[in-house]
Design a protein around this ligand. Structure first.
Ligand SMILES: Nc1ncnc2c1ncn2[C@@H]1O[C@H](COP(=O)(O)OP(=O)(O)OP(=O)(O)O)[C@@H](O)[C@H]1O
Length: 702
């Protein structure tokens, strides 16, 4: 059967289901209204809205009406509605003239923002309770309903404002976000924390259980005109639209309770979330950004070192919290620095190729014949030393370098050797300046200097940094300057075991104090257990540093959420045989039903990425270079370097071109330097392997 036929059939099935359920809803609603008629007192609007909602038990919803505001004696909460579409804290208003102007709600001439704040606070409390079982904070939505009115939904900060007529269709269009078990779990904690408002209520408090419908509501003066607002056809249409909404991924609505807590927690200064690959660090960053955007004014900056990640995260965020997309900025750190310098009129001219050429010229002039010649490392080691150890810190005084603990650099250097490095560094810097060229580190140093000279006129409310282990000290200091030391200003997320650049630094050295505000995550949600075991095998013997002084053991405590998965190792005689095996493996996978769009081919070098892209192209396999990937699903295999794939994930990952005997030895390299280089290489391989959710294919040659 063709895909169109299948899609057409499931659409007509969904339409049929929507018709049946809308009819059931209409039947239940008639019963609710009858109940309402038999009682008296209370507001007519509130009762009518309650009846509309109570009848939603036909769609798996459950209503808590007239509850006590937790922690108060007399304040009440109108309605808490829990169902497949999430948790709604609903306040009903029977106002004559509600309108929104300049981002504020008015009742006639009167500013009614307090009423919005009140329902937002109720939603907050509901989120706090339901967070205990894992509800994501933004899934508790504050809603103000105008009884007897028609008003298209308006987003006002966190709250949604809408008319009685639009309420049920709007809820249906939210699609299926929670499972029946999640609905039941949330309901249980809400019932506990929002007890019935019995004292103040003259009628038995109504708690609607599933499936029987027990309505609430107090007495009614029926308003036939308002009732006529309700249309079964609207409900049916909205049910169908809701059924066709793209499924929301689990983690968007329901988190592990510990994750939900982290997202909401206030911290009195810079904070940090760390943990091995796949433990939900990025997920927390995204929820946190959404939560911050919904609870405070101002812009939120989400930064990463890698260029591909921000675009992918922005696309994911748009699904998670569409109402906040215009207040949360996703960017690569260098891209941010470039835009900032442009806005300030500071000249910059980054030319990485020219910069490296200047380095090697200076190496020939002042490095090669110096005290560095006696250190048993290849020349490239000095390029890394200058880039990562010196420029990455923006060192300006030799004495600072002389006394520096070179984190992550195991080859010791005496004072004379450090002096020689310093000479090379300054010669390189002068050469760049004279040539009017900047390298990537300069861009960050220029931005940091400019920011210190004049802070932002409109500071960010908060800065969230992902993959922090790959940033330089100057990069992190730049972000610290943007986020500040205030409550919740700066959140650093990362994993030292995934650091793929030489050297490192400590947060203490960068002047960032996160003591008492650091959390370690331990449950891997991404990788099927076989994939994870294979990946851990690569790094478990290597101790690593994670932005502080202590060395950590490579074998870490971790729980695995998903069992199974597969790993395949191919040992090919030569490159041609590996190419053939790779093409065959890709074809077998898709023949077995996997979508090419869920796969990635990752390599260590850009050159290899190009090479294997050629292999796939010649075999007629459609591909998308990772640099063009922005999180939009497409049916092509993604191809790029492991560094570019940082933070991303795919169902199946191919890692071709691995060397059977391990990395090649480098001439003139001591054992210590070699070990350091191989550890970085193993960490990179670990990153590549942990991009795979279900299937990992390792192609060795030679
Ligand atoms: N509570 C959860 N329930 C279900 N899935 C989850 C949960 N938390 C995270 N995930 C999923 O686990 C996977 C890994 O999450 P995420 O990318 O946030 O991990 P990470 O720690 O940032 O990984 P890495 O360091 O490897 O980039 C994602 O597919 C995410 O959707």
């Amino acid at each position: 059967m063709s895909a169109e036929l299948v899609a057409g059939r499931s659409q007509s099935e969904a339409a049929h289901r929507a018709r049946v359920r809308a009819a059931e809803y209409a039947r239940l609603l008639a019963g609710e209204r009858e109940q309402v008629r038999r009682h008296e007192a209370g507001s007519a609007g509130e009762r009518r809205v309650g009846a509309l909602l109570a009848a939603m038990s036909a769609f798996g919803w459950t209503l808590l009406a007239d509850r006590r505001w937790p922690g108060t004696k007399h304040a009440n909460v109108d309605l808490l509605h829990v169902g497949p579409g999430g948790v709604l804290a609903i306040d009903v208003k029977a106002w004559a003239e509600p309108h929104v102007e300049g981002g504020r709600l008015f009742r006639g001439q009167e500013d009614a923002s307090d009423d919005v704040d009140k329902v937002v606070r109720i939603a907050e409390l509901a989120a706090e309770s339901a967070g205990e079982v894992g509800l994501a904070p933004l899934e508790a939505v504050p809603v103000l309903v105008f009884a007897g009115r028609s008003l298209a939904p308006v987003q006002l900060g966190r709250a949604v404002l809408l008319g009685e007529q639009e309420l049920v269709p709007w809820i249906n269009r939210r699609g299926a976000r929670l499972t029946a078990e999640q609905v039941a779990a949330v309901r249980t904690v809400l019932e506990r924390d929002f007890p019935p408002y019995a004292d103040a209520s003259p009628v038995p408090v109504s708690v609607v259980t599933l499936p029987p419908v027990v309505p609430l509501l107090r007495p009614a003066v029926q308003d036939a005109e308002v009732e006529a607002l309700f249309s079964v056809a609207d409900v049916e249409r909205s049910l169908l639209e809701g059924a066709l909404v793209a499924p929301i991924e689990d983690w968007m609505t329901f988190l592990h309770p510990a994750q939900a807590k982290l997202v909401r927690q206030t911290r009195n200064g810079p904070a940090r979330v760390r943990g091995p690959a796949g433990t939900g660090k990025t997920v927390i960053g995204l929820h946190r950004a959404a939560y911050l955007a919904s609870t405070r004014p101002g812009r939120i900056l989400c930064v990463s070192f890698v260029r591909t990640l921000p675009a992918v995260l922005a696309a994911t965020f748009a699904r998670l919290a569409p109402q906040h997309v215009d207040r949360v900025e996703f960017t690569g750190l260098h891209a941010w620095a470039r835009r900032f310098l442009d806005a300030r009129g500071v000249r910059h001219h980054v030319d990485l190729g020219a910069a490296e050429t200047w380095f090697w010229r200076m190496w020939a002039r002042v490095g090669r014949g110096s005290a560095l010649a006696e250190v048993p490392v290849p020349p490239r080691y000095w390029w890394e030393e200058v880039q990562h150890v010196l420029k990455g810190r923006g060192l300006t005084e030799f004495e600072e370098y002389a006394a520096l603990e070179r984190v992550g650099r195991s080859t010791p250097l005496n004072r004379a050797q450090r002096e020689a490095v310093w000479q090379l560094y300054t010669a390189y810097d002068v050469a760049l300046r004279e040539a009017g060229v900047h390298d990537a580190a300069d861009l960050l140093l220029l931005a940091l200097a400019e920011l210190r000279r004049e802070p932002l006129a409109e500071p960010y409310a908060a800065v969230v940094v992902d993959e922090v282990q790959d940033l330089s000290r100057a990069g992190v200091q730049l972000l610290h300057a943007l986020g500040g030391d205030g409550p919740d200003g700066l959140l650093l997320i990362g994993d030292g075991q995934q650091a793929v650049y030489p050297g490192g630094f400590t947060l203490a050295e960068a002047g960032i104090d996160i003591r008492g505000r650091s959390t370690v995550l331990e449950t891997n949600y991404r990788n099927a257990s076989r994939v994870l075991e294979a990946a851990l095998d690569v790094v478990s013997a290597d101790a690593f540093r994670d932005l502080d002084d202590a060395l950590e053991a490579g074998a870490r405590r971790m729980a695995v959420a998903r069992a199974g998965g597969s790993t395949t190792r191919v040992d090919a005689r030569d490159a041609a045989h590996l190419d053939a095996a790779l093409v065959q493996a890709v074809r077998d996978l898709t023949a077995g039903g996997a979508s090419l769009g869920d796969c990635a081919l990752l390599t260590t070098t850009t050159k290899d990425a190009g090479r294997y892209a050629g292999t796939l192209r010649r075999a007629g396999i459609p591909l998308l270079p990772l640099e063009d990937y922005a999180g939009v699903p497409c049916g092509r295999i993604k191809v790029g370097t492991i560094k570019r794939a940082k933070g991303l994930e795919f169902k199946h990952v191919f890692l071709p071109g691995l060397r059977a005997g391990g990395e090649a030895a480098v001439a003139g390299e001591s054992e210590v330097a070699s070990r350091e280089r191989l550890e970085v290489a193993r960490r990179e391989l670990y990153v590549g392997m942990t991009r795979a959710r279900d299937g990992l294919w390792l192609g060795y040659v030679g």
